[in-house]
Design a binder for this molecule. Structure first.
Ligand code: ZN
Length: 374
C-alpha cells in the first residue's frame, strides 16, 4: 500500500519573524534530508503537492468572524482588536501571509485525511501540520488554525471513528477542547505537565464531559522525563486504548519539542524513544494520518521526522547523514553528522521519584478511563 508525503515549496517561505522560535524553514530541511536519504523514490511512495484548504473547510471548526480577521491580518499589518483573538502578541505574531500559511497547513492535513480515508494510501504524513493549540476563535501557542481538528472533523463527516494521539511536549489542548464532549473521537495527549509548561492544562483528571466522559486522556509527565518513562506511559496507555476503541483511522501529532536539546521544554526524549513510539503507532493502525507539531531545535526536527518517514515506509536508513546534505546544512546543528541520538537514560534518586509519579498517573488513568472506552 502506498505512503503519501505532503509537501509544498511554499512552506518554507512563511516567516513568523526572526526572533520567533517556530521556523517554517525547518520543513524544507526535513524535505531535503528525506530526499538526501532517497526516501521519496519508488516503490510505493507518493510525494503530494499540498494545496490550501478552502474557507468552507476552515469553517468545519473555526468561527467566521475569526477567519475574517485572520484574512485581514494576512497583509501583515496590525488591526485594532486583533489581541482579543490572541493575535499580535509574541507567541502569535501578525505576519505577512499568516492566513495563506494557515490555509496551506490545514489543506495539507485535509488532503492527508482524504488520501487515507479513500484508501489511496494507508499512511499520509503532513510535516507542516499538528498545530494543536488553536481554538475555534482564538490563536494560541503559534497556531492560528487547528489543522488536526479540521482533518478529524472531515473524517467524522464521513462516519469514521478517530483516535488522536499527541506526543508533543505541550498538551494538545485545542484538539481536546474540540472533542471534549463526544465519544466519537478518543484523544490521548502525553506531554510535560501543565505545572511547568504552556498551556498549563492536560492534567490526568481531565477525562471528558457528558457522553465524552472517558474519551479525553491525559498523561502529564514531570520535567526531565526520559525515553524510558515516556515509552512506559505510551505503551501502558496507547495500545490498550486503541484495541478497546477500535478507531477506523489514527491521527497523530508527532511534535519533537520533547527532545533533550529542545530550547522551549524540559523533557529528555531522544530519537530512540520517539522512533519506538512511531513504530508502535504504525503497528497498531492500518490507516494512519501523521502530522508534525512542535520542534524548535531544527536539526532535531529534520532528523526525527526523516526517521519517522522511513519507519512509515518500512525503509532502513544508515546512521550517517549524507555528505551533500551536511555540506549544504551542516551549520544548522547536525553536529556529529548522525541521524540518530545516542541513547539517554536518566538515573539516580530523581529518576526514581519521576518513575513513581509516572506510574501514579498511568494507574489513575487506567482506573478512570479504561472501563469507559468501548
Ligand atoms: Zn509543543
Amino acid at each position: 500500500m502506498d505512503k503519501a508525503f505532503l509537501y509544498s515549496e511554499e512552506f518554507a517561505a512563511f516567516d513568523y519573524g526572526s526572533a520567533h522560535p517556530l521556523k517554517p524553514y525547518r520543513l524544507r530541511l526535513v524535505y531535503e534530508l528525506v530526499q538526501a536519504f532517497g526516501l521519496l523514490g519508488p516503490p510505493g511512495v507518493r510525494l503530494i503537492e499540498a494545496v490550501p484548504a478552502s474557507e468552507k473547510d476552515l469553517l468545519l471548526f473555526h468561527d467566521r468572524k475569526y477567519l475574517n480577521l485572520l484574512k485581514t491580518l494576512n497583509a501583515g499589518f496590525y488591526v485594532p482588536g486583533a489581541e482579543q483573538y490572541g493575535m499580535g502578541n509574541g507567541d502569535n505574531p501578525i505576519f505577512k501571509g499568516m492566513f495563506d500559511w494557515s490555509e496551506l497547513v490545514a489543506g495539507a492535513s485535509l488532503q492527508a485525511a482524504e488520501i487515507v480515508n479513500s484508501g489511496e494510501a494507508d499512511i499520509a504524513f503532513n510535516i507542516s501540520g499538528g498545530l494543536h493549540h488553536a481554538l475555534s476563535s482564538r490563536a494560541s501557542g503559534f497556531c492560528y488554525v487547528n489543522d488536526p481538528v479540521i482533518a478529524i472533523m472531515s473524517l467524522l463527516k464521513k462516519g469514521r471513528r478517530v483516535m488522536y494521539v499527541d506526543i508533543d511536549a505541550h498538551h494538545g489542548d485545542g484538539v481536546q477542547a474540540a472533542f471534549y464532549e463526544t465519544d466519537k473521537v478518543l484523544t490521548v495527549s502525553i506531554h510535560e505537565s501543565g505545572y511547568y509548561l504552556f498551556p498549563g492544562s492536560g492534567f490526568e483528571h481531565e477525562t471528558g464531559k457528558g457522553p465524552g466522559k472517558g474519551y479525553s486522556v491525559n498523561i502529564p509527565l514531570p520535567p526531565y522525563t526520559d525515553d524510558e518513562l515516556f515509552l512506559y506511559a505510551f505503551n501502558e496507555i496507547v495500545p490498550p486504548l486503541f484495541d478497546a476503541f477500535k478507531p477506523d483511522i489514527l491521527v497523530s501529532q508527532l511534535g519533537v519539542d520533547a527532545f533533550r536539546t529542545d530550547p522551549l521544554t524540559h523533557l529528555q526524549y531522544t530519537t530512540n524513544g520517539f522512533c519506538k513510539a512511531v513504530e508502535t503507532m504504525k503497528a497498531l493502525a492500518p490507516k494512519w494520518v501523521a502530522l508534525g507539531g512542535g520542534g524548535y531545535d531544527i536539526a532535531n526536527v529534520a532528523r526525527a521526522w526523516t526517521l519517522a518517514w522511513a519507519i512509515m515506509c518500512g525503509r532502513e536508513v544508515s546512521d550517517k547523514i549524507p555528505e551533500e546534505f551536511l555540506k549544504a546544512h551542516g551549520h544548522e546543528g547536525f553536529a556529529n553528522g548522525k541521524i540518530r541520538d545516542e541513547e539517554f537514560i536518566g538515573k539516580g534518586n530523581q529518576k526514581e521519584l519521576m518513575r513513581k509519579e509516572v506510574e501514579r498517573v498511568v494507574s489513575f488513568v487506567k482506573e478512570m478511563v479504561f472501563q469507559k472506552i468501548h
